[in-house]
Design a protein around this ligand. Structure first.
Ligand SMILES: [Zn+2]
Length: 305
């Protein structure tokens, strides 16, 4: 019994923790004289939906903006907006008592700073950022002819369309020194989501924010990421690259459990079709809705003994 209470408490974080702690124990005393039922009074009321990227409008306030990746006939920013609008509707229709707030509802981009602000101002309790993945071009040496009996090569960029599947990013400082150095020396391509969005892992402010975030929200972020990942794999038959930690501004500054969902590779022709299709978008939206329902019941769980 005690362990169950402690486990329940671990799920609850932030300023509400002390209050929850007191109310849980007073409930327990009362309950033990009746049916020994523990009621967790946390309710998931507000989910923030964050459609990644957008087109930067003229006169936008200062901040970080990013247009996102492009496929052969569509753009990440349009797919994420379509998914976000559908997801908002589906949440409000299918999950009782839960409001969904969008950080962006038009084609115009919203800065990362403003997105985090919208999430916090609306008292979001869960932050779901929607993106599409894309692989960077590969640079290969190609033989272009011969000169004085010797082969002549030049470097050419070749699109890499081999990426496939979904990926869940949760906030963390994942880069090792080797990775940092490899990026500096251009030995590896930076992840498309990382371009300019990465935080400096050596910055003391970043370290403090990271520790604070991990202490409060990491466990729930992993939980929601797992629920979404499992739904996409088990119901929609998607391939997955699993869960990965990444130092991302918008996830770090939204003071709530957060996950960034890479819904598929927009530069893979097959996945681009799927991401733009009615069927594909409905699959993704319905999977996320089911995942939120599972997360909601887990976090609001009523334990009966
Ligand atoms: Zn993106």
């Amino acid at each position: 019994m005690k362990n169950k209470i402690l486990n329940r408490l671990k799920l609850i974080s932030g300023p509400a923790a002390l209050f929850m702690c007191l109310s849980l124990f007073s409930l327990k005393l009362e309950a033990s004289t009746k049916k020994d039922t523990i009621v967790n009074s946390f309710k998931l009321k507000t989910v923030i939906i964050d459609p990644g990227h957008g087109a930067k409008a003229e006169g936008s306030p200062p901040g970080h903006y990013s247009r996102g990746a492009d496929g052969s006939f569509s753009s990440e920013r349009n797919v994420t907006l379509a998914l976000g609008l559908k997801l908002q509707k589906a949440i409000e229709k299918d999950i009782n008592g839960v409001k969904a707030v969008l950080t962006r509802s038009t084609a115009d981009d919203v800065s990362w700073e403003r997105r985090a602000q919208i999430a916090n101002e609306n008292k979001g309790q869960l932050f779901i950022s929607l993106h599409c993945n894309s692989l960077a071009d590969r640079v290969v040496r190609e033989r272009v002819g011969t000169k004085r009996g010797k082969a002549v090569y030049k470097s050419v960029r070749v699109p890499d369309r081999s990426g496939k599947g979904v990926l869940m990013l949760i906030y963390g400082l994942h880069r090792s020194r080797e990775e940092e150095n490899a990026i500096k020396n251009n030995q590896v391509e930076e992840d498309s989501e990382m371009n300019g969005a990465a935080l400096d892992p050596d910055d003391p402010v970043v370290i403090i924010l990271t520790n604070e975030y991990k202490r409060k929200f990491r466990k729930q972020s992993v939980n929601i990421a797992n629920f979404i990942n499992d739904e996409l794999v088990q119901n929609d038959g998607r391939r997955t690259e699993g869960l990965r930690e990444q130092g991302l501004y918008v996830l770090c500054h939204a003071a709530m459990p957060s996950v960034l969902v890479e819904t598929g590779y927009i530069n893979n022709p097959e996945e681009e079709e799927y991401l733009n299709s009615e069927e594909g978008q409905n699959d993704i939206v319905n999977s996320i809705v089911r995942a939120i329902k599972s997360y909601k019941s887990q976090i609001e769980g009523v334990t009966t003994n």
